[in-house]
Design a protein around this ligand. Sequence first.
Ligand SMILES: [Zn+2]
Ligand SMILES: [Zn+2]
Length: 220
Amino acid sequence: MGHHIRKPLPEMFPGGSFSPDAEWILHFHCYLLRAAGRTVLVDTGIGGADSPAAGWAPVPGRLPEELSAVGVHPADVDAVVLTHLHSDHASGSIVAGAPAFPNARYVIQQAELDWVTGPMLDQVVAPLRDSLQIVYGDAELFPGIRVVHTPGHTPGHQCVEVGDFVVSGDVVLHPVQVADPAVAYVYDEDPELAVRTRTALLDRAATLAPGHFPDPFVDL
Ligand SMILES: [Zn+2]
Ligand SMILES: [Zn+2]
């Protein structure tokens, strides 16, 4: 994480306890779901060299290469769910000013669109305008695949849930919040709402796929 937003762990996660030499290495995960005969990408990561995340994240990201390695062509993706519009989750949605996944609908909460400003609005959301599927709260995307509004980190944050498997975006940032969901994150937009959302999510999930953990899957 870029130095101008990095802080000591006890300041990043007020209320959490850490060993004095603990470091936070931020990993950036996107998730590919193949279910119900569909190919669904959840988040598009930090993006290319010209991404809005370039000031703080290790661009370019590797999503195009990783998808290619598992035999997925950009045109194969039916839907892209953006958990939220932070630059490390959505910047790979666009390549050279156009949607990176030309046949996909891009699923975003209205509450997130109402909130986003700046380069994420101008460089990412605006070029997606003809590909957007705007959702209002919880919705079934495909049979068995749901998006669930999980506000707090941002107003329109959403998760993707398949039964009790949850791609959880930034509802949980660090393992210390799995141990105690009341531990806040300094960059949550609404920390108290984020605690309520996190507590409820951890109650209903059996497996998490969070945005930034070292291991991409966490059994609860
Ligand atoms: Zn975020
Ligand atoms: Zn994030």
